[in-house]
Design a protein around this ligand. Structure first.
Ligand code: SF4
Ligand code: SF4
Length: 351
């Protein structure tokens, strides 16, 4: 929509003004980690954070959420949707791509009314990363090191000022009433382009192949021995999916009070990596082996989601690699598959 300039010393007052109208959340530092939390002032906000432990999806699909309250005799059943207008600060562009995938999945076919209510009441204020976050990030390979859409306001640091891309009416609303914000002028745009040029020099490609080859590669390596090797290492703890901004599976359960009069239906995050996930009626488990679960996880990240909706199922944030106790990393897995596939091709005789 438009580019604005905000002097850096204006940020605290702007955040304070927003705090009178919205719940504010953003990356904060706790015990050496970055964690999304409620904030009361700009001082608590770590605008330049490494990837947070849990992604900001926790505000759009909370780890546990009530869906229904009801009476067990059927005389009352009501949807419970509890939302609070919320501004999320400090999203990296990879997380914006994660939110865009969630938006797509929760609105395709059946619209998830709880997710939609959170989304409608959420304002996304993202920031351009000017250097790679960790050795596990590979956002440039996945095409998520920048974003052209998906946010309401997008900040880029130009030393003394922020240049802000106002991308939606919601974004414009956040700036209403904030004095000392100016329209960007051609010299500001030149500085923006210069900053982006310098940025790209710092982002190396980490995959040994191009993302456009990813889906075919995974299809060809469906029977690879690597899945058994990963299955032998994986603990089945589910941490990798919990911290992932593009994982959205959940379990639904009913809870009744002791008198069996009132009940609640709630959903909780679930993980395709844990034991009980694929167990169905009769005790049958259609993905009992950990190797099969690891294969499913990486197929979904690199193939299924791309094939189904043209969006990457992994945004290269590196959170799962940071949190995996046995050091299973997406870059390691994808590159290993690529090398094995290439080795197979060399061994095959030319007829
Ligand atoms: S975090 Fe690591 S050990 Fe745990 S389920 Fe994921 S891959 Fe397996
Ligand atoms: S699979 Fe790992 S690197 Fe990819 S988006 Fe999920 S947490 Fe990030």
């Amino acid at each position: 929509m438009s580019l604005k300039i905000m002097p850096k010393n204006v940020l605290p007052d702007w955040v304070a003004m927003l705090g009178t109208q919205f719940r504010l959340v953003g990356p904060t530092k706790q015990a050496g980690k970055y964690v999304y939390n409620e904030i009361n002032s700009a001082e608590e906000l770590c605008l330049y954070s490494l990837p947070s432990v849990l992604p900001p999806k926790k505000y759009l699909m909370p780890p546990r959420e009530n869906l229904l309250n009801y009476r067990l005799d059927g005389s009352r059943i009501e949807a419970t949707i509890e939302v609070e207008p919320t501004v999320i600060f400090g999203l990296h562009t990879c997380d914006i791509h994660g939110v865009m995938l969630l938006d797509h999945m929760f609105s395709s076919g059946y619209v998830d009314q709880n997710y939609q209510a959170h989304r409608d009441n959420t304002y996304l204020v993202s920031i351009e990363c000017l250097a790679p976050c960790t050795e596990h990030s590979f956002c440039r390979d996945m095409g998520t090191a920048s974003a052209a859409d998906g946010y309401d306001l997008h900040f880029l640091d130009l030393d003394d000022v922020y240049i802000i891309d106002v991308n939606s009416r919601k974004g414009a609303r956040l700036l209403e009433g904030c004095r000392n914000i100016f329209d960007a002028l051609p010299p500001d745009v030149e500085r923006l382009n210069e900053a982006l040029k310098k940025k790209w020099q710092k982002f190396e490609y980490r995959l040994e192949f191009n993302i456009v080859e990813m889906s075919d590669l995974l299809g060809e390596m469906y029977e690879s021995d690597l899945w058994d090797e990963l299955g032998a290492r994986c603990l089945g703890c589910g941490m990798c999916t919990n911290v992932c901004p593009t994982c959205y599976c959940f379990d639904v359960s009913d809870e009744a009070d002791l008198l069996l009069q009132e009940g609640k239906r709630a959903r909780r995050w679930d993980s395709c990596q844990v034991n009980s996930f694929s167990e169905v009626a009769g005790g049958h488990d259609f993905r009992a082996k950990i190797a099969a679960r690891q294969r499913h996880r990486f197929m979904r990240k690199g193939k299924y989601q791309l094939d189904a909706c043209g969006m990457v199922g992994c945004v290269g944030c590196g959170r799962c690699a940071t949190s995996c106790l046995v050091h299973i990393t997406p870059i390691g897995v994808f590159n290993d598959l690529f090398r094995r596939n290439r080795a197979n091709a060399v061994e095959e005789p030319i007829l």
